[in-house]
Write a protein that binds this ligand. Structure first.
Ligand code: ADP
Ligand code: ASP
Ligand code: MG
Length: 407
């Protein structure tokens, strides 16, 4: 009699070498032996995806996105096969599948494809035969049979989507830390593990740079109310539950601090201060698939021109700067400045909704540590500052300490 269906996802560092793959196999078989049905989603071994990206760039600095997907999807194909072999070696039955084989159908936006539907019949058939089903994370296929990938960190999304579609009893995300922390524990060892966090706060932290979960996976988990348990693959300790609601007597002001070093800033100088200028720039950026993050524009005072600065993902810098230069010429603006030496530090917390003075406190902490703020943006539950990279880790540690988050 089955105890229920569990979807488990193991990240790259959890399957980085032979020993770790064998350990994952033991854990999976352990669950199976006590009566659970298992669908296991696996990422590529260690840094394989980064290595494949670097390899492609050596061949062609601007590789075609369809071919990138053909290449990157191979990483996960290696790990599913190896994990299936490791499980079989332990005497249990397992079968591995690519995203395409199990029917993860996506749209055709290569390198960041969206899942349209999943046909879980094949997985169910194999589970019925008593097999452990291993599925390659991060990948799908279009209706035209083109292989796609779901954006970096996309194995999280594969796991959440399968848990939803299979109506799994639980979805466990195994990684190299013991759960979600108040900030990246690699930057601040005094970071605290959070027992329970809401989808909204997790989504905000993930979108602002907490690499531990892919933002889109949290969006889907929230939409379909799939509870997630983020935990370590190196021990059996309870991790963090990501859920709809966390009841606390009083909301804490700040629940987490995040850092994102993967953005770049573009400034258009001497932009004519008249209607229609911003739309030209940002429409062209949007049509070419560049998503813009923060935007700062001042009204001009004495002259009839102003500067516009905006941030984008570093990966989009070449594309975005080309467009910015073209638009600058068209509208009669001056120089276009590029700055990769920036970092975004953010504070996140639902408690901010009902408290005043949080922003002032953040700016004060940065000022006390002689850290200059270049741009600011706010949402309902977060405040972000763009600063120079040099001060980024200090900023995270000081904000973490002064907002009372240290262990
Ligand atoms: P995986 O390979 O398992 O998908 P990732 O490297 O994508 O793992 O994510 C885990 C890493 O996320 C951790 O090693 C940690 O350094 C980083 N991280 C950043 N912010 C946080 C946070 N707030 N809590 C936990 N981990 C975090
Ligand atoms: N291997 C892919 C990446 O590195 C997907 C993942 O790990 O979730 O982005
Ligand atoms: Mg990840």
């Amino acid at each position: 009699m089955s105890k229920g269906l569990v979807v488990q996802k193991y990240g790259g560092s959890s399957v980085a070498n032979v020993g770790r793959i064998q350990r994952v196999a033991q854990r999976v078989v352990g669950y199976s032996k006590i009566g659970y049905e298992l669908v296991v989603v696996v990422s590529a071994l260690g840094d394989t995806t980064d290595e494949l990206v670097a390899l492609a760039e050596k061949i062609n600095p601007h590789p075609c996105e369809r071919e990138m997907d053909m290449l990157l999807s191979t990483g996960e194909q290696i790990s599913v096969a190896l994990l299936a072999m490791a499980i079989q070696k332990l005497g249990s039955e397992a079968i591995s599948f690519t995203g395409s084989q199990v029917g993860i159908i996506t749209d055709s936006s290569h390198t960041r494809a969206r899942i349209i539907k999943i046909n879980v019949d094949k997985i169910k058939e194999e589970l019925k035969k008593g097999r452990i089903v291993i599925v390659a994370g991060f990948q799908g296929v279009t209706l035209n049979q083109d292989i796609t990938t779901l954006g970096r960190g996309g194995s999280d999304l594969t796991a959440v989507a399968l848990a939803k579609e299979l109506q799994a009893n639980s979805c466990e995300i195994y990684t190299d830390v013991e759960g979600i922390y108040t900030t990246d524990p690699r930057i601040e060892p005094r970071a605290r593990k959070i027992k329970k966090i809401t989808y909204d706060e997790m989504l905000e932290m993930a979108s602002l740079g907490a690499q531990v979960m892919q933002p889109r996976s949290i969006e889907v988990a929230k939409k379909f109310n799939v509870p997630l348990h983020v935990r370590s693959s190196f021990n059996t300790k309870k991790g963090t539950m990501i859920i709809k609601e966390v009841k606390k007597m009083e909301d804490v002001l700040v629940s987490g601090i995040t850092l994102n070093r993967n953005e770049a800033k573009i400034t258009l100088c001497g932009v004519p201060d008249k209607p229609g200028v911003a739309v030209k720039l940002f429409k062209d950026l949007a049509t070419s698939g560049v998503s813009v993050d923060m935007i700062v524009q001042n009204v001009s005072h004495n002259t009839r021109s102003t500067d516009i600065s905006f941030t984008i993902a570093k990966a989009d810098l070449t594309k975005a700067s080309k467009i910015a230069k073209m638009v600058a010429k068209k509208i009669g603006a001056g120089d276009v400045l590029l700055d990769e030496d920036i970092a975004r530090v953010s504070i996140v917390g639902v408690g901010m909704k009902s408290h005043r003075g949080v922003a002032a406190k953040m700016f004060g902490i940065l000022a006390d540590n002689k850290i200059n703020i270049e741009m600011i943006s706010t949402s309902d539950i977060s405040i972000s500052c763009i600063i120079k990279k040099k001060g980024a880790e200090i900023a995270v540690k000081k904000l973490h300490a002064d907002f009372g988050l240290n262990k």
